[in-house]
Design a protein around this ligand. Structure first.
Ligand SMILES: [Zn+2]
Length: 260
């Protein structure tokens, strides 16, 4: 495992492509080089993941690994904006890679067309600077959280349903809570958007917030939603954040090395 940030030289094309964010003093040339050397793993290329992937790729995050076992369905297109009608029936990760590479050839897009578990999941998490969880079910979230706890990989979790969204960040450093502290494992009780519906733009909103937190975390700038959950009620446009305390009896992180 190597998380050393290497310097990537910026070409004239890079300077132009990324000029509007290089102008930001928090990013500057060194931040752009850092982004180009960063590696992110994205679980779930759905409504949230489409937006996360597009913004990370257009921002110049150097390598993104897409993990999703599904194929594109007609009912996905209302919110999974990385896909086109012609992608129906194709593997999501392959269709997304094609689109993302067309957006920015400089970014390396890797794909895993399966559900990961166990050692393979841990390995994929350990090779990333951070993990973005944009899946839509508790069992995936618990497995991803556990792998991030065990490998001390920062994790950004998003969820959206109806007009509602949630975003939270677990740095997995000392005193960091984890997803298990927030929602102790009670089986797969999560409602899915297939059952209850979702406004596409709300999924995109949550994805934008995840991408923004990812870039801030990669660059170590600003205040992130660490040990906090942001709750969004888009119907009434009310946002508030709630503190999450680390649970000393958490079944996942209580005994984790580095969390003592
Ligand atoms: Zn925990």
């Amino acid at each position: 495992m190597s998380r050393t940030v290497e310097k990537t030289e910026l070409s004239d094309q890079d300077l132009l492509r990324y000029s509007r964010q290089i102008m930001l003093p928090q990013i500057d040339l060194s931040g752009q080089q850092k982004l180009l050397a960063s590696r992110v793993v994205l679980f779930g290329v759905g409504g949230l993941g489409s937006t996360v992937a597009m913004y990370l790729v257009t921002s110049g995050v150097g390598r993104i690994t897409l993990v999703d076992p599904d194929r594109v369905d007609l009912s996905n297109l209302q919110r999974q904006v990385v896909f086109l009608s012609d992608d129906i029936g194709c593997e999501k990760v392959s269709a997304a890679r094609q689109r993302l590479t067309a957006m920015n050839q400089q970014v390396e897009v890797r794909t895993i067309n399966s559900v990961l578990s166990g050692a393979r999941l841990r390995q994929v998490a350990s090779e990333a600077d951070l993990v973005v969880d944009a899946t839509d079910n508790f069992s995936a979230r618990y497995a991803i959280n556990r792998a991030c706890v065990e490998t001390h990989t920062p994790l950004i979790v998003g969820a959206a349903i109806r007009f509602e969204g949630q975003v939270t960040v677990f740095t997995m450093k000392s005193q960091s809570a984890c997803y298990g502290c927030l929602y102790p494992d009670q089986g797969d009780l999560e409602e899915s958007c297939a059952q209850t519906g979702i406004l596409g733009s709300v999924a995109g909103l949550v994805g934008c917030l995840q991408a923004t937190e990812a870039i801030k975390l990669l660059l170590n700038h600003g205040k992130i939603l660490s040990n906090k959950i942001l709750l969004i009620d888009a119907l009434n446009m009310e946002w508030h954040s709630v503190r999450i305390n680390r649970d000393p009896k958490c079944a996942v992180c209580a005994n984790s090395k580095g969390h003592a």
